[in-house]
Ligand binder design. Structure first.
Ligand code: IPD
Ligand code: CA
Ligand code: CA
Length: 274
């Protein structure tokens, strides 16, 4: 919006409203597709699936955004958006279906995830749990909500009272973390869970259902929205070494309640901790 003085202000409230509307519309289309036969392709291997609905949903958002906000750029998992290599301007980071394996196998525990960044700063984070019809949304500085209910700020918690989501695959030898770092953490926690959708795991942290989420290979579209939601309720986000997440790069990710985050990074995850 040009105010006539050459300065452009961004209509964030309108963007917030439109994003919620488009997410609910896209979710409705995904729910309606349950009756149809899915077309499923492999990307890298048999664990890396993409369906016609992942592609259709991303295209739906890209059409809406290009039509309404042609000056914005879009980074989408399925590659229908722009090639985004810098943080300049306003960038929509979209995962049309996060948890595609869950979508294909269970028809639940998957989400649409959209993070909107401006000059590298997270402004709007939205994650829609499609089957439960729960929309988690946050605008920086204005609080985080699930539907119309405000999420409380997260409180500190100790390791032995904490439930942390993580994928058992990281306890076997891999290039990203020393696998021997994981068993002591698993041993000391109250429990672990594995849900299979980074976006859902991140809103479960933001809404206090679980206390942390540890994962070793996420792309920007997996964590862009969750990062904004979690930080809005006082949670901490970083890579496994406690360093800030880079919104343009793949990364290890550890998000958790305040206090718990520092305890786990310093005592369990940092290589020099052992
Ligand atoms: C995947 C899910 C999964 C996580 C993978 C992601 P996708 O996203 O979030 O839980 O472990 O690393 O790639 O491929 O279903 O959008
Ligand atoms: Ca994903
Ligand atoms: Ca996806």
């Amino acid at each position: 919006m040009d105010k006539g003085d050459g300065l452009v202000t961004i209509a964030w409230e309108e963007i917030y409203y439109n994003t919620q509307k488009w997410m609910r519309e896209a979710g409705e289309q995904i729910r309606a597709s349950f009756a149809d036969t899915l077309t499923i392709d492999y990307k890298l291997d048999a664990s890396d699936l993409v369906t016609n609905m992942d592609k259709q949903t991303e295209q739906f958002f890209i059409e809406k955004i290009n039509e309404t906000y042609p000056e914005h750029r879009i980074m989408g998992e399925e590659g229908y958006g722009d090639v985004v290599e810098t943080v300049n301007g306003t960038i929509w980071i979209i995962d049309p279906i996060d948890g595609t394996v869950n979508f294909v196998h269970m028809k639940r525990h998957f989400a649409i995830s959209i993070g909107i960044y401006h000059e590298g700063e997270g402004v709007i984070g939205m994650i829609y749990d499609v089957v439960n019809d729960e929309l988690y949304h946050a605008q920086k500085g204005k609080g985080a909500f699930v539907d119309d209910q405000k999420l409380p700020m997260l409180e500190e918690i100790k390791v032995d009272s904490a439930v942390v989501s993580m994928n058992a695959a990281w306890a076997i030898p891999n290039r990203l973390i020393e696998p021997q770092l994981i068993p002591p953490l698993v041993n000391d926690l109250r429990g672990t869970r594995s849900i299979g959708s980074a976006a859902i795991e991140m809103v479960y942290v933001a809404s206090g259902k679980i206390d942390g989420y540890l994962t070793l290979r996420l792309s920007p579209w997996d964590f862009a929205a969750g990062k904004i939601l979690i930080e809005e309720v006082g949670g901490k986000t970083s890579n496994v070494n406690g360093e800030p997440l880079n919104i343009l790069e793949k990364s290890t990710v550890f998000v958790a309640k305040p206090g718990l985050h520092e305890q786990i990074v310093n005592n369990y995850l940092k290589k020099e901790s052992k």
